[in-house]
Design a binder for this molecule. Structure first.
Ligand code: FAD
Length: 521
């Protein structure tokens, strides 16, 4: 019995709740509040995630307008833990410590947050039960939190080669056990993922699981897309009504519910800002990680490409997964992850402000996949591939999110401003070059064949930049649209305790609140 999850507005047991939470990842807060017996309604735009491999019908804001910067207009997915690649990464301590220094909120320090990492995390064995000694450090993980974290449950043929590179190119690659510990620089290790027993552990699955959803005070309405928050008394800056659209009797209608204590926004960097703007609150910038998927042909048929191409094979694997929770679908094709920084003496670091929070915070991330890249773009009809996603994780470019029209159901206009800054261009160039050095190690001899597409001809910096602009994407991690700032200041959107400034009754608890350090403007 999954208790109070409603698919129809008609089943909702009333219109007044102590707290109304907007967005599925507010599940964490919903769980904690109903421990205290407050009544809580979670409005979730998508359907239930339970027992799904990928919840692709979860709400996605897909309208992306990339202005200037010589990058063509394209669209992409922007959320959520129900559709993401389940990779589990803590930020480097310097990022959190920067939040303390900037906002004056002591709760954000790495030392303080460690308690919450442990409270959140429940380390579980991988799906195939293989021996994980030497693949992670148990001392920095917790066994009794809420959200499952695990290692790969279906090893990839590239694993052994990736590890060999760490000894063959020891100056460039270090294999460390303490991936997800502090500090956080130049480590590389086995991918850790939010997977339990071969299944995705989204925030909803962990925090609104069968043990919690039966709480009498907890209610979840699926298919409810929030449009605005409203003041019942226009003379007070206090928000207490949530307007949302939902289907009833074959048509879509707007409905209202009332939060007698608080409204909590958890609709992510795009959704949260969209709702705030539709409600007449603020304007803000967005900052985002930026990525390029680089692909190579490989001399091996044991890659995921056939899974992507062959529907019959896909069907068989889904059957295997449904029946046994084993096989390749217990994982994504990502196997290893690595971080690095541009050298201190690189011309760009000397010329511009370093956008990273400190010298132990990476600029670059490399993700190894035994396949054509995911999220899957159109895969060629033949060939087997290995991909390395190169990401600038300390991006200097700042984009925008704006209302497209006065219709709150219209998707917003998003301009991620990928590669708009000189720093991001140099950093991405270094990232792509580092993949070439990585693949020049003897471990890849006779395995990696040619590069795919424009990467083959990118022999000069000029052509490489063209290739990057043709292939760059957002890497799907937008943050900072409702960023934190110190209490009692007139800039920023929320204070370090998540309260929206200048109004009452409204908190934001999602990735919107993060900020770029040390470029804090
Ligand atoms: C394809 C992809 C792969 C990714 N891979 C990874 C990864 O491997 N590891 C990682 O750490 N991160 C990954 N990310 C990023 C990660 O998923 C996000 O950073 C994270 O989910 C943000 O959390 P959040 O709480 O801000 O919002 P979300 O997790 O996006 O939750 C927001 C919720 O609000 C709902 N919502 C939005 N608008 C409305 C509305 N108007 N009304 C009602 N509900 C609404 C959404 O349906 C969603 O349930 C990936 C993202 C994508 C798109």
């Amino acid at each position: 019995c999954y208790g109070a999850i409603y698919e129809s507005i008609a089943d909702l047991p009333g219109t007044k709740f102590d707290f109304v939470i907007i967005g599925g990842t507010g599940a964490v807060v919903a769980n904690r509040l109903t421990e205290e017996d407050f009544s809580v309604l979670v409005l979730k735009a998508g359907p239930s995630d339970r027992d799904l491999l990928w919840n692709y019908s979860d709400y996605r804001a897909t309208l992306t307008q990339q202005q200037n910067y010589h990058i063509s207009e394209r669209s992409c997915a922007w959320g959520s833990t129900s559709i993401n690649a389940v990779i589990y990464i803590r930020c480097p301590p310097e990022d959190y410590n920067c939040y303390v220094n900037f906002t004056g909120g002591p709760g954000w320090s790495w030392e303080n947050l460690k308690t919450y990492f442990f409270k959140n995390e429940k380390w579980v064995p991988p799906a195939d039960g293989h021996n994980t000694i030497g693949q992670y450090d148990p001392a920095i993980h917790s066994l009794d939190g809420m959200n499952a974290v695990s290692l790969q449950g279906y090893p990839q043929p590239t694993d052994e080669r990736v590890l060999r590179v760490t000894s063959e190119l020891s100056d460039e690659c270090v294999n460390i056990l303490q991936y997800n510990s502090a500090p956080h620089i130049t480590p590389q290790g086995y991918m850790q993922a939010t997977i339990n027993d071969g299944k995705r552990n989204s925030a909803v699955v962990s925090y609104l699981g069968p043990n919690f959803i039966t709480r009498a005070s907890l209610h979840v309405l699926l298919g409810a897309q929030v449009t605005r928050v409203i003041q019942s008394d226009k003379s007070e800056p206090s928000f207490d009504i949530v307007e949302f659209s939902a289907s009833s009797e074959g048509s879509t209608w707007l409905f209202n519910v009332i939060a007698t204590k608080e409204i909590i926004l958890s609709a992510r960097a795009i959704g949260t800002l969209h709702i705030l703007l539709n409600s007449g609150i603020g304007d803000a910038v967005e900052l985002s990680e930026v990525g390029v998927q680089n692909k190579w042909y490989v001399n091996d048929t044991d890659t995921w490409d056939d899974i992507f191409r062959n529907l019959t094979h896909q069907h068989d694997l889904v059957l295997q997964w449904n029946e046994t929770k084993m096989g390749p679908l217990v994982d994504t094709p990502f196997s290893h992850i690595a971080w690095s920084r541009l050298p201190d003496d690189s011309p760009i670091v000397e010329r511009v402000n370093d956008p990273a929070a400190g010298r132990n915070t990476p600029h670059l991330e490399l993700d190894v996949q035994n396949a054509w890249s995911i999220p899957v773009s159109t895969i060629p009809g033949t060939g087997n591939f290995m991909s390395i996603a190169t990401c600038v994780v300390s991006a200097a470019s700042r984009g925008t999110v704006k209302l497209n029209s006065s219709d709150p159901l219209d998707l917003p206009l998003i301009d991620p401003a990928n590669l708009a800054s000189e720093f991001d261009v140099s950093a991405m160039m270094e990232a792509v070059k580092s993949t070439r050095r990585f693949l020049s190690a003897p471990a890849w001899e006779s395995y990696v064949l040619d590069a795919y597409g424009g990467l083959v001809n990118a022999t000069t910096d000029e052509i490489l930049e063209e290739y990057m602009r043709e292939n760059v994407g957002t890497a799907a991690h937008p943050v900072g649209t409702a960023s934190m700032s110190p209490k009692f200041t007139d800039y920023g959107v929320v204070d370090p305790d998540f309260l929206v400034k200048g109004v009452s009754g409204l908190h934001v608890v999602d990735a919107s609140i993060f900020l770029g350090c040390p470029n804090l403007s």
